[in-house]
Design a binder for this molecule. Structure first.
Ligand code: GAL
Length: 408
């Protein structure tokens, strides 16, 4: 991210004698010269932490706790190996969302290959909430077991006494086993007969399947859970939102009061619509979800959904991106991971996304953009080469002419 001194002398230089006089004058009668530096976010550029090392927190999310931001994300290493968890969940802290201090590894993978979170497993999209009742920091993430590809489709949970950790791994599971969603169709209550299960397995191989059948297949053992996020509502209830049913359907699942387990109440959203990378936020009493389609590491068009209640009905609004056809079709070459409501700033939300680089995972970068609201109240995203968060929000970003030069 670029740091520029915004205070400069905009006039032609006066002669040397004149400059000396000005210097003398300023020494005797100092102006209240502002020393503040502009802090400009530069989406897609390399972003260094406070010690000059690129920030390594992919698929991340932010916790705001006691006036400090904590950014949790996947620690990636170089090459294809970086698509697997070689290190764990990295955490950084910040007071201003711009300068980040490396706080180290919040949750480390295990050297024991039998451990769920063994080195080389897949551990993605970690998110953390603080539970005011238990005083625990609770981390959820998408977990795939070592050597099993993306078949386990589990959620992992870890806890800590301190925001930055270290976190203790509690366990992993497929959520909502044996539970019907609030918005269940009668069809979902019928168990899948062995012959139907065989047909489903065959059709999964050829790529055509019915999400209801997948739900029924997984009903007893728990639903698949891949890309995920957490959401804390104003009433203190927490939810996990995850891509389920072979990534066909999103589930929104209430957590228990301690945030450690699913509470047994959930809904399915848009079965068969293939949404993942969920990022949820609330604005003016409405819930919004931004998702992507399912094209692996390759970018695709974002989708925006809205609901008056978290339990739905959810309405599909469309693509929140504005810009060139390529920007709109590929979400500025990035995939959503989180939307951060900036505390104390009305209508100020930051859209956080990842520009993945699966051939050299550590080179993936972050695309943070100001989320804007149209006159109809509908949120949208526009590319900015650079933007700033100032005391009243994103005024400068919104007024600045959008540029496309840096957007692939
Ligand atoms: C993406 C997903 C990432 C990662 C990747 C693996 O669709 O959002 O978190 O799982 O697939 O291909």
């Amino acid at each position: 991210m670029l740091q520029v001194n915004i205070f400069y002398f905009p006039f032609p230089k006066p002669p040397l004698f004149g400059r000396c006089l000005v210097a003398l004058f300023l020494t005797l009668f100092p102006w209240p010269i502002p020393t503040a530096l502009a802090k400009e976010f530069e989406p897609g550029a390399q972003w260094l932490d406070s010690s000059g090392v690129p920030i390594n927190a992919h698929g991340g999310g932010i916790l705001f706790h006691e006036e400090t931001y904590y950014w949790f994300g996947e620690h990636k290493v170089a090459g294809d190996a970086g698509n697997y968890a070689q290190v764990g969940v990295h955490v950084y802290s910040s007071k201003d969302l711009f300068q980040w201090k490396n706080e180290g590894i919040a949750l480390a993978v295990s050297a024991d290959s039998k451990n769920d979170i063994a080195k080389g497993c897949i551990l993605e999209r970690p998110k953390v909430l603080f539970n005011p009742q238990t005083k625990n920091f609770v981390m959820w993430f998408h977990l795939e077991l070592l050597g099993k590809g993306y078949f386990a489709a589990r959620c992992g949970v870890a806890v800590a006494d301190n925001a930055a950790g270290p976190y203790t791994y509690l366990g992993s599971f497929r959520p909502d086993a044996g539970v019907l969603p609030v918005n269940a169709s009668p069809e979902l209550q019928k168990p899948l007969l062995p012959e139907q299960a065989r047909i489903l397995a065959k059709s999964l191989e050829s790529g055509g399947w019915n999400p209801d059948d997948i739900f029924r297949r997984d009903f007893a053992g728990g639903q698949m859970a891949r890309d995920m996020t957490l959401f804390l509502d104003d009433d203190g209830r927490a939810y996990q939102i995850y891509a389920s049913e072979e990534n066909q359907t999103l589930h929104i699942s209430l957590l228990t009061a301690d945030f450690l387990r699913p509470a047994g109440k959930f809904i399915r959203i848009f079965p068969g619509d293939s949404n993942e990378a969920p990022a949820i936020f609330k604005h003016d009493g409405c819930y919004y979800l931004i998702t992507s389609g399912c094209t692996g590491w390759a970018p695709n068009a974002a989708r925006l959904f809205r609901a008056q209640s978290i339990w739905g009905p959810w309405q599909k609004i469309g693509n929140p991106c504005r810009g060139t056809p390529a920007q709109v079709a590929r979400t500025f070459d990035a995939q959503s991971t989180f939307v951060l409501p900036v505390p104390g700033k009305k209508d100020t939300f930051i859209f956080m996304a990842d520009r993945w680089n699966p051939t050299n995972a550590i080179d993936g970068c972050y695309v943070w953009l100001p989320l804007q609201f149209g006159s109809d109240g509908v949120p949208f995203l526009e590319w900015r080469d650079r933007w700033e968060l100032n005391s009243s929000g994103f005024a400068e970003a919104i007024n600045a002419q959008p540029k496309v030069a840096n957007s692939r």
